[in-house]
Design a protein around this ligand. Structure first.
Ligand code: ZN
Length: 497
């Protein structure tokens, strides 16, 4: 059930929001954090397990070096200090998805700490300070069955799948974020979006929020304007899309303002975001000092990356995604809106490759965001998954520029390439799509059109140039669209001048 809320503007007139964001990223290593089991998604339940990730007595974990490497690269990209020496810790609690009764995590010795990222939101720069990025293992998955909601409350029984148990995670925690005002929800969304793009460009995670390989817990509290004491915060979970990050915080700020304005107290608790109705409901109460009895994991050696290795890894960092976007926008001359459309469509890479293959940025944008976006949408694939390469798209545009095909025919060329009929040039030849450039053939078609439409011809002779449309249409129809309309128009007007 949704709670009372006040208008967002009203809430912001009286209160300043303070954010804290925790993002879990599932690494894409082939094997788990502390054993050799596969991390492949979607396998039969409990087939990717062994004594280590099932927590059987006597089994010993060994750290996955690739996961450490990914953690360090993430830390470096977030401008963090990388620890010279750090340890794993046991976080003790009971839940059926964690058979050992503890999770191996990091506590007061994270691998990376004290970083920052600068984000541009609507022309304003916000610095998000990173408190820490630490390594831990994921838990298994619980399925609650026999009820109508899939939730534990009305389930008759639950099933456990430990395939995910032990998958490497990086948890990235911000310091409290002040001073965002009404932009708080947008800043949070921009931050999570930045992290998602960063993980993909680092190649350390596929960072798919809908598959929970990147998940965000959004902490928010509000302070009455003019005060300096932090309010009690809530932590909203289940936020599994960028849009939801923004919407959930928007809602939570309005809800907390309603509570405080009516003289109530905000409960420090977790809350669950309901995508369908766009509201949050309370989860469990949270105290600041939850006692997990952390202690150093005795079965693992400390992690002590050499400075040489850290510097080697620093040299592998790609250009940061937000800087890359700005550079490409400058190179391509796109407006903010055009760039946003490209980013939202996930078309940055394919457009870059199409431009590199010789197409103009505007032409590349046009094909990928219209014809090809429509096809990708119909087929339920990513743009890069379509059966046409950026080089072929550039070739199609080259055929248009050379006058071999017009825009309409170019769509048929693309259709042919997607259908596996060969390269653009091969499709043009096989489907006989080239525009008719033989002037004698065109002239004859124009003569026939004039003869068949004497009224229109007479009006053009009288100076009514707009009547040429009927004759151009007749010629284009006869040529099955394979003529250059501008050339036909010139011929018609010349003959009737
Ligand atoms: Zn295992």
């Amino acid at each position: 059930m949704s709670s009372p809320v006040v208008d967002f503007d009203e809430a912001l007139a009286d209160y300043d929001p303070v954010l804290g964001l925790e993002v879990h990223v599932e690494l894409n290593t082939a094997s788990k954090m502390f054993c050799g089991c596969s991390t492949a998604f979607g396998a039969e339940p409990n087939t990717h397990t062994c004594p280590v990730c099932l927590g059987l007595p006597g089994s010993l974990p060994v750290v996955n070096a690739k996961a450490i490497e990914s953690a360090i690269r993430i830390g470096l990209a977030l401008n963090c200090t990388i620890a010279d020496w750090c340890r794993f810790a046991r976080k003790n609690y009971f839940y059926p998805d964690m058979t050992k009764d503890f999770q191996i995590s990091q506590y007061d010795e994270p691998i990376a700490f004290d970083g920052y990222v600068d984000l541009d939101v609507d022309g304003e720069t916000f610095r998000i300070e990173i408190e820490r990025a630490h390594m831990e293992e994921d838990a298994g998955k619980l399925l609650h069955l026999g009820g109508s909601t899939g939730r534990i409350g009305d389930a008759e029984y639950s099933l456990l799948d430990y395939n995910r148990a032990g998958t490497p995670l990086i948890e990235i925690v911000t310091k409290t974020i002040h001073g965002t005002g009404a932009k708080a929800p947008q800043v949070a969304k921009a931050y999570v979006s930045f992290l998602r793009d960063l993980m993909v460009s680092l190649g350390v995670s596929d960072a798919r929020m809908e598959q929970a390989s990147l998940r965000c817990d959004a902490n928010v509290s509000i302070m009455p304007k003019g005060t300096t004491t932090l309010g009690l915060r809530t932590e909203t979970k289940n936020v599994n899309s960028l849009r939801s990050v923004e919407r959930a915080l928007h809602h939570e700020i309005r809800r907390q303002a309603a509570v405080l304005s009516s003289g109530g107290t905000v409960q420090q608790e977790t809350r669950h975001w309901h995508e369908d109705g766009e509201y949050t409901t309370p989860g469990r109460l949270k105290s600041d000092a939850e006692d997990y009895r952390y202690f150093p994991e005795p079965d693992l050696v400390p992690v002590a990356p050499s400075r040489e290795w850290v510097e080697e890894l620093r040299a592998t960092l790609p250009e940061l995604p937000n800087l890359r976007k700005l550079r490409l926008q400058g190179d391509w001359g796109f407006t903010d809106l055009e760039l946003q459309d490209v980013v939202n469509a996930g078309a940055l890479d394919v457009i870059e490759a199409t431009v590199a293959a010789g197409a103009s940025p505007q032409a590349a944008r046009k094909w990928w965001l219209t014809e090809l976006a429509r096809r990708a949408n119909e087929d339920g694939v990513e743009l890069a998954g379509l059966a046409i390469t950026p080089a072929q798209v550039a070739e199609v545009q080259g055929l248009v520029d050379a006058g071999t095909v017009n825009d309409k025919l170019a769509r048929q060329v693309i259709e042919g390439v997607l259908a596996g009929e060969g390269s653009p040039a091969e499709v043009v030849a096989a489907r006989n799509l080239a525009v008719v450039s033989d002037s004698g053939e065109l002239a004859a078609a124009v003569d026939r059109a004039i003869a068949a439409n004497p009224d229109a011809a007479a009006r053009i002779r009288d100076g009514h140039v707009q009547a040429a449309g009927a004759l151009i249409g007749a010629v284009m129809k006869e040529m099955r669209g394979q003529a250059d309309a501008a050339a036909v128009r010139e011929l018609v007007l010349a003959k009737l001048a």
